[in-house]
Design a protein around this ligand. Structure first.
Ligand code: SF4
Length: 205
């Protein structure tokens, strides 16, 4: 097996997989227990189970307890979009002593049961594939630290057309020092070349 397939480190992986029902959002289209059965057969998975609402206190508690009970060093939550609950599950695994960046989510709701509610079999297969991909990805995950970097409140807008001028003014109104860069000798872009604009037929600038 190549280094790429092994991942960046040699540690023994112990992956816990949690398949969320989200009430009927997921559980009304596919049977999460079938995804659990599938996940149990994936490499490195030592624990797979379903949960009615993974983000609820009970769901988070289950994950936290399992991390200790099964000595998990990676967690996969097959549920909703990362935009919805990635911070929730990162915080949960962190509270159980795991680096928060060793948690991966598979989106089996927005990208699966919501999108393919008319095709239950297809949705089930996709939920399995998304879960398998998330489990495979855990092999490449390493502990990361959050860092803070100072941000300079200064912006550069490239292009002095109407959009660029408008963006520059918006930024300046927020108190951000803004530099507008334009390659032509004048600003205004295409609009500046029109002598009248519909519907007022006024001068364009
Ligand atoms: S984790 Fe996401 S998919 Fe699961 S119950 Fe909460 S909102 Fe629904």
């Amino acid at each position: 097996m190549s280094d790429l397939i092994n991942g960046p480190n040699d540690e023994e992986l112990r992956v816990g997989v949690y398949i969320c029902h989200c009430g009927s959002n997921i559980g009304g289209v596919i049977d999460p227990k079938e995804v659990v059965e599938f996940a149990e057969g994936l490499p490195d998975v030592v624990r797979a189970t379903d949960t009615l609402y993974a983000c609820a206190d009970s769901g988070q508690r289950l994950i936290k307890e399992d991390i200790k009970k099964y000595n998990l060093n990676r967690v996969v939550v097959s549920a909703c979009s990362v935009r919805m609950h990635e911070p929730t599950f990162r915080a949960a695994v962190s509270e159980a002593g795991l680096n928060p960046f060793l948690m991966e989510m598979a989106n089996i709701r927005e990208q699966c049961t919501w999108a393919h509610g008319h095709d239950r079999e297809g949705a089930l297969e996709k939920a399995k594939d998304l879960t398998a991909a998330a489990v495979a990805k855990t092999r490449f995950m390493t502990e990361l630290d959050m860092i803070e970097v100072p941000v300079t409140q200064k912006a550069m807008v490239i292009g002095g057309g109407v959009a660029g001028i408008s963006a520059s003014l918006d930024l300046a109104e927020q108190g951000i020092e803004t530099i507008l860069v334009e390659k032509e000798p004048t600003i205004g872009g295409v609009m500046a070349q029109l002598n009248k604009t519909f519907p007022t037929m006024d001068c364009s600038i």
